[in-house]
Each structure stands twice: as C-alpha cells, then as structure tokens.
Write a protein that binds this ligand. Structure first.
Ligand SMILES: NC(=O)c1ccc[n+]([C@@H]2O[C@H](COP(=O)([O-])OP(=O)(O)OC[C@H]3O[C@@H](n4cnc5c(N)ncnc54)[C@H](OP(=O)(O)O)[C@@H]3O)[C@@H](O)[C@H]2O)c1
Length: 250
C-alpha cells in the first residue's frame, strides 16, 4: 500500500520544530526537502542524514525567488504530498518597534500566502490529494498585545486555512489544511526566556505528527495548552483586553 505522505517539504526546517519534523519524516522513510537561510545548518542536517531521501536548499521565504525554490525542490522530489510551513518570526514587542512588526508580517503572512497558494494550485491542477500545514501558535488564538504582529499573523494563517477549507469544498479539492498551534516549545525561538509550561521539542513534535497523521484541521500542542486555549476562548472580550496587564514585561 502507498504510504502517505511520501514526499514532504519543510519550509523553515534548519532548526527547532521544522528540523525535528523533517527528521521524523526522514526516519519514516519519506523523501524530505528542507529549506531555510542557514546553509551551515542544512549541511549539518545532510551530514546527519547522508541518504538520498533528503534534499536541501538554502532559501529565504522573503526573497523574490522563493516560489522558484519550491518548484525546484518539488520537481527534484518528483511530487509533493505534504508541505509544512514552519518558518516564523516574532518577538515580544510592547514598544511597537516597527521593523519587528513588519518582519513578522513578511515571514508569517506575506511569504506564507504565496506558499499555500502555490501548493494548493499544484495539487488542484493535478486533482491530487495534498496536505498543507502551518505552524501557527497559541498566540494566534486571541489577540496578544505583547506581540501584536506575531499574534495577528499567526491568527491570519489559521483563519486563511479555514477559508481555503471552505473554498476546497466548492472546488471539489482534495487538499487538506492543518493549522498547528503550539504553546511554548524549547527551541531557539524562546531562548533566554523562562516561560511556563514549556514543552520539550521531541514531545511537541510527536503531538504535531499525530495530528498530521490524523489529518486534523486544528492541532493544539499539547493537552495542557488545549485547556489554556479553551480558557482563552472563554474570556469575554472586555476582560481579555484587561488581561494584558499580566503580560507586561518587567
Ligand atoms: N518555540 C515556540 O515556543 C513556538 C511556539 C509557537 C509557535 N512557534 C512557531 O514555530 C515555528 C518554528 O519555530 P521554532 O520554535 O522551531 O524556532 P526556530 O528554531 O528559530 O526555527 C525557525 C525556523 O524558521 C526559519 N526561518 C525564519 N525566517 C526565515 C526566512 N526568512 N526564510 C526561511 N526560513 C526562515 C529558520 O531558518 P533560517 O534562520 O535558517 O532561515 C528556522 O528554521 C515558527 O513559525 C514559530 O512561530 C514556536
């Protein structure tokens, strides 16, 4: 029986969650293509996985040739079953530094959009089943004043996939979309911070892959963070706005 997914593309897989996801699918025998800007980390990944099942390409999602890079990799893999958009940028930014906000927009929204559209068209034009997933965040569940653009763009990703799910029904598309919402995960992304309920990278990625295998629409990582998101939803808007005081950094 043909296994699914067979060919996996991880956009932003040089470190952290993307890298661990890439390694998991490689260990399963999939052909995996990994992108990211840091060539040295792609080389490290290659050294750890000398098999021909791994393809790497140094690629910046904000660069004009980003989609060409995707095309090249998918052609080299001989097709695409699952694309995971793991590239992300964001910092706490209560001072509203403009560059930080704009960078979050560029990586988490401006580049995410052509990526998901390219993949959708690729599968729809071939009338193929495909699966697109993005690493959103618990921060995308409700607006967070401490990281406005990060929170807004992570919400955008999930909301956009929701819209594509409905469009897919209209278009009789065979594409599945998953938004993954991790709580804090122990990666470079939160280095130097001591956040509560931080998940191990391995545990968090196991939970993500389980959700992807089940082709869930939404995966909150993990069970404890599911409780948190339930609480986040439960707060009335006026109370949620006032809660910002607890996120103030000393
Ligand atoms: N760690 C957490 O607590 C947490 C929680 C919720 C959501 N997330 C999300 O999880 C995703 C992965 O983050 P992580 O925790 O694994 O942190 P990470 O280790 O810093 O990984 C970020 C990845 O994004 C890639 N990336 C960033 N900008 C890029 C660009 N312009 N072009 C191409 N690739 C780019 C990086 O590769 P290069 O630098 O080599 O380009 C790296 O592979 C992010 O979307 C983040 O928002 C993380």
């Amino acid at each position: 029986m043909k296994k699914f997914p067979n060919r996996v593309l991880v956009v932003g897989g040089t470190s952290g969650i993307g890298r661990q996801l890439a390694q998991t699918y490689l260990n399963r025998g999939c052909t995996v293509a990994v992108t990211g800007r840091r060539q040295s980390l792609l080389d490290e990944l290659r050294d750890a996985n000398p098999s021909s099942q791994l393809l790497t390409l140094a690629s910046d999602v904000t660069a004009p040739q980003f989609l060409t890079d995707l095309e090249v990799l998918v052609e080299r893999m001989g097709g695409l079953d699952l694309c995971i958009y793991a590239a992300g940028f964001g910092h706490n930014n209560p001072g509203l530094d403009l560059e930080t906000e704009v960078n979050a927009l560029r990586v988490n929204a401006d580049a995410f959009l052509p990526c998901v559209i390219w993949c959708t068209r690729y599968w729809d034009e071939r009338q193929q089943a495909g699966h697109f997933a993005t690493i959103s965040s618990v921060a995308g569940i409700r607006a967070l004043g401490v990281a406005p653009a990060y929170s807004a763009t992570k919400n955008f990703q999930a909301f956009y996939l929701k819209a594509l799910r409905q469009l897919g029904v209209t278009n009789r598309s065979k594409v599945r979309y998953t938004s993954i919402h991790p709580g804090f995960v122990d990666t470079d992304f939160i280095k130097g911070h001591h956040y509560p309920m931080t998940l191990t990278l391995e545990g968090a990625v196991r939970c993500m892959v389980r959700g992807l295998d089940r082709r869930r629409n939404v995966v909150v990582v993990d069970g404890r963070w599911r409780m948190v998101t339930w609480l986040m939803h439960a707060f009335p808007a006026s109370l949620w706005t006032r809660l910002g005081i607890f996120f103030r950094e000393s």
